[in-house]
Every structure is written in C-alpha cells, then in structure tokens.
Ligand binder design. Structure first.
Ligand code: ADP
Length: 272
C-alpha cells in the first residue's frame, strides 16, 4: 500500500541520514586524532634539541670540564642528570610510538635466525639483570622468522626489561619459543610480582601502570608495552599476557615463520 511504501521510504531515509552522521563523526574523530598526534610529535621533536643541550652541559659539569664542582653540588648535578635522562627516554618513546602509529617507520621484514635476535636483546640488558640479581635463561630452539630484526629486538628488550624490573632478586626470566598454527610464539616468563587479572589488557595502554609509581620507581616511561604491541602487530603478529599475582607473568607474541611462506601461520610444524 501507499502508506507502507511511504513508511519504507521514510525508514530508508532515516537510516541513510544516521549512516552519514556516523561517517561524519568518524571523519571528525580521525581528524582530531591526527591533529593530536601531529601536535605531540611536533612538541617532542622540539624538546629534543634543548634536552641534548641540557644533557651536554650536565656532563661537562659532572666531568669537571667546567671547573671542579664543590662536593655538595655533585648530588644535585646527578639528580638533574637522572631527570634529563628520564625525560629523553620519554621523548624518544613518544616519537617512536607516533612513528609506529602513523606507519612512518617503514618496516623492513627479512628472514632472521631467532636465537641471535634473542641474544642481542638479552645482551643489551646484562647490566640490568646483574643489578636486579635475576637470571635470564634462553630456552628457545633455533627457528627462522620473518620480521624487522631491529624493531623485534626493541620489543624483546621492552619485555625482558619489564620482566627484570618487576622480579625480585633470586628470580628467573625465561625466554622460550614454540611453533604454533599462528607462526612462532615467543614467550618471556618471569617469577615476579605478577599482574592482576583485570589489568592484563590495560597494561598495553599508553602510560598505564599497575602501581601509580611504577614508571618513576623503575625508570620506565609507561610506553614500552604500547610500543611493543605496535611493533608486533606491524610484523603480522599479536601480543598478550598471562599472569598470576605473586607467582609471575608471561608475555607472549607471535612472529611469522620463514617456512610458513608468505601466508604465515597456515602450516604448523612439530614442536622442536
Ligand atoms: P613501563 O615503562 O612503566 O615499564 P610498560 O608499558 O612497559 O611501561 O608497562 C606498563 C606497566 O605494566 C608497568 O608500569 C607495570 O605496572 C606493568 N608491567 C609490565 N610488565 C610487567 C611484568 N613483567 N610484571 C609485572 N608488571 C608488569
């Protein structure tokens, strides 16, 4: 009937209007998001030069190149140095994250042996491990993965670094790898304080900390896991965490295996 037709027309028009509204909102949201990212990135880049000058000047003071420092001034210079180093790490992490999110990083995937990647990451954390009194074990078997080696090392350094930071002396951090249907699944397990179940997803959010003072106490930036997630996803993998409070945490991520071919994850090999 005519009434029915009119009703249908009306309904269709309303659906079309709502769809357009949603489209406009999404576009607006994306525009604001891009503006925010550009602003943060511009500020971060602007901060780099003065920060370099501050750190250079503090180094001159600490080394006595600007005259011998009176004893009471030394701890003051040390405190300023630590603060400027922390600020530099934060600025570098913000810039890294922004480059990852805007796709500006230009990933260079290539076949890599897994074990040297792991050894590189662990080697760069030797001093931190010794200081923490925590043993780092590599239990993984040889495998060939396809990834951007430098970026994956960065992700591994973040995960192993966290494991060391949140594990008391005498504990162990174990890095393992297994072939799964999704490709190679790498795990970083610790015997640390653990993460409450409700926080397992949120720890990957920017600046999210389980304890309010975690970043400062552990000289972190609160951006490590966000960066790690972006790197893993850009490599075609995923990252997640499992944990038991007071027992320890395990962070997992997947990487395409070389022998899985371009459509990574389709062939599962035997567990070595
Ligand atoms: P941060 O620079 O603070 O380490 P991250 O993004 O790397 O930033 O980690 C976010 C938060 O997740 C940490 O501040 C900490 O509260 C928690 N966290 C990360 N890894 C672990 C871990 N292995 N054990 C316990 N808590 C962890």
């Amino acid at each position: 009937t005519t009434t029915n037709l009119r009703l249908r027309d009306d309904l269709e028009r309303r659906v079309a209007d709502r769809t357009q509204e949603l489209r406009d909102l999404t576009a607006e949201h994306q525009r604001l998001d891009a503006m925010k990212r550009e602003f943060v990135s511009a500020v971060s880049h602007e901060l780099r030069t003065p920060l370099t000058a501050i750190r250079g000047s503090l180094e001159l003071l600490a080394d006595g190149d600007a005259g011998e420092l009176p004893a009471p001034a030394r701890p003051v210079v040390e405190m300023a140095t630590r603060g400027s180093e922390r600020l530099s790490r934060l600025v570098d992490d913000i810039i890294d994250l922004e480059r990852l999110e805007s796709g500006e990083f230009g990933f260079r995937p290539a076949p890599h042996d897994l074990l040297p990647l792991l050894a590189d990451a662990v080697g760069s954390l030797d001093a931190l491990a010794r200081e923490a009194g925590v043993e780092v074990r590599i239990a993984a078997c040889p495998a060939r993965v396809v990834c951007d080696g430098d970026r994956v090392t960065q992700a591994l350094v973040n995960l192993v670094g966290n494991a060391l930071k949140f594990t008391p002396p005498g504990g162990t951090v174990t890095i393992d790898a297994r072939r799964t249907e999704e490709g190679l699944r790498v795990s970083v397990s610790d015997t640390g304080r653990g993460i409450p179940p409700g926080e397992l997803e949120a720890v990957f959010d920017r600046f999210h900390q389980v304890e309010p003072d975690d970043a400062r106490q552990q000289s972190g930036t609160g951006l490590g896991l966000s960066i790690t997630r972006r790197i893993v996803e850009a490599n075609g993998g995923r990252v997640w965490a499992e944990s038991e409070v007071g027992v320890g945490s395990t962070f997992y991520f997947t990487l395409p295996l070389e022998d899985d071919g371009p459509a990574a994850g389709s062939v599962a090999g035997p567990v070595p």
